[in-house]
Design a protein around this ligand. Structure first.
Ligand code: ZN
Length: 392
């Protein structure tokens, strides 16, 4: 096991004192300047319809924690076994050899030029940029999730998990982006190089929607237009489209001491014509049913299907394809895009296994396999039209 593997595991896993971490802009331990949503919250423990919703919770030391019985830190014994003994089945072919017939490309997003962008009318266009980076055009906005354009998910570009599929475009090749959604602080979801490039190109015109506790870090990167939200808080800036930070079961860490100082979660984006759900990085928990009841049906959900083996270590952190299908059902997604696979080898499953198991799980559930689809890197799909009712 080389240093790359060590770093990869440490970036994913809590609990081991000998993990490798590197100093980088620190997440502040004190609450950052409040810049919250325009529409307030849905109340303590209940939403406006009187339904029970799960609020974010902190331990006595101020660190956030997962409130569900489905959350367990992996035991020290299983972590040690994972680090030292388990066989890694990811089996990436060496660089330079074609790694897949499924993973073509990279496909440059030629159809996303500024002239074409914004022409989807009342529909929705989604483009997968690899891992959890998704470009969504809907309701007159261009929205980007967890952008990573760097070669490595790491504070350094000479070590750490390296992508085996390049990004399909550069930040300069993107259309004008209106909003970025950040789900949590792990390096494969919050990449300082990508944040800086996006900020440099779009400046204060770009809105950053981030979890509670991250605003100070974003400002240290020079981002001016940052809205940090707690679970179930929402912002309607810019108007017409509502951004709600919703729960997920995960954790946060970037430095040796900042565990869970920042919240993690998913995003529900509610527009007049389309609804988009971004699951972020998550284990399975009951809140997806709450999200579905409150905001479903969604026209599109982006749900993780990769980085799930070994199960006893990963289950609390990352859903497997079968659980991803449960989330697809819980949030009432009409269509879902599979993300968090095919880009970085972060866990032990064979690198092409996730879409195979996804298809089997959809069939086992009696669902149309086309309704939870994979895209090639840089590939787009247009869908939707008018909403079919439901939710607020
Ligand atoms: Zn993560």
């Amino acid at each position: 096991m080389g240093p790359t593997s060590w770093f990869g595991f440490s970036a994913l896993l809590p609990g081991l004192g000998f993990q490798l971490y590197f100093l980088e802009p620190r997440t502040p331990n004190t609450p950052s300047l409040n810049h919250r949503g325009t529409g307030g919250t849905f109340g303590e423990g209940q939403d406006v319809k009187g339904e029970v919703i799960t609020r974010s919770t902190r331990e006595k030391n101020g660190r956030f924690t997962n409130p569900w019985p489905t959350w367990h830190y992996p035991s020290s014994a299983s972590l040690l076994r994972f680090y030292l003994l388990d066989k890694d089945h990811s089996n990436l072919p060496p660089a330079g050899i074609s790694r897949s017939t499924l993973l073509t490309g990279p496909v440059y997003i030629y159809n996303m030029t500024p002239q074409v962008s914004g022409t989807v009318g009342s529909g929705l266009r989604v483009t997968w940029l690899g891992h959890a980076s998704v470009l969504v055009e809907m309701d007159g906005l261009v929205i980007l999730t967890d952008p990573i354009f760097s070669q490595r998910a790491s504070p350094f570009q000479f070590m750490g998990p390296k992508r085996f599929r390049g990004p399909p475009c550069t930040v300069d090749q993107l259309p004008k982006v209106d909003a970025v959604l950040i789900s949590h602080t792990h390096y494969d979801h919050l990449d300082v190089g990508s944040v800086s490039s996006l900020n440099k190109r779009f400046g204060a015109e770009l809105r950053w929607f981030v979890p509670l506790g991250l605003q100070g870090w974003m400002q240290s990167c020079g981002c001016k237009n940052v809205i940090e939200l707690d679970w179930w808080e929402e912002s309607c800036v810019p108007d017409k489209v509502m951004f709600v930070f919703t729960p997920a079961q995960h954790w946060c860490k970037r430095t040796p001491t900042d565990d869970n100082r920042v919240l993690w979660g998913s995003w529900s984006v509610l527009g007049p014509c389309n609804r988009f759900f971004f699951a972020g990085d998550t284990g399975y928990c009951s809140s997806f049913q709450e999200i579905g009841r409150r905001f479903g049906p969604f026209d599109l959900a982006a749900i993780s299907i990769g980085a799930y083996l070994p199960r006893d270590v990963m289950k609390s952190l990352h859903v497997d394809p079968e659980e991803a299908v449960e989330i697809h059902k819980d949030v009432k997604a009409k269509h879902s895009l599979a993300i968090h696979w095919g880009t970085f080898a972060l866990a032990h499953e064979f690198y092409l296994e996730p879409p195979v198991r996804l298809r089997e799980a959809m069939e086992k559930n009696g669902l149309n396999v086309e309704h939870f689809f994979v895209l090639n890197h840089g590939e787009s799909r247009v869908m939707g039209g008018e909403r079919e009712g439901g939710g607020v």
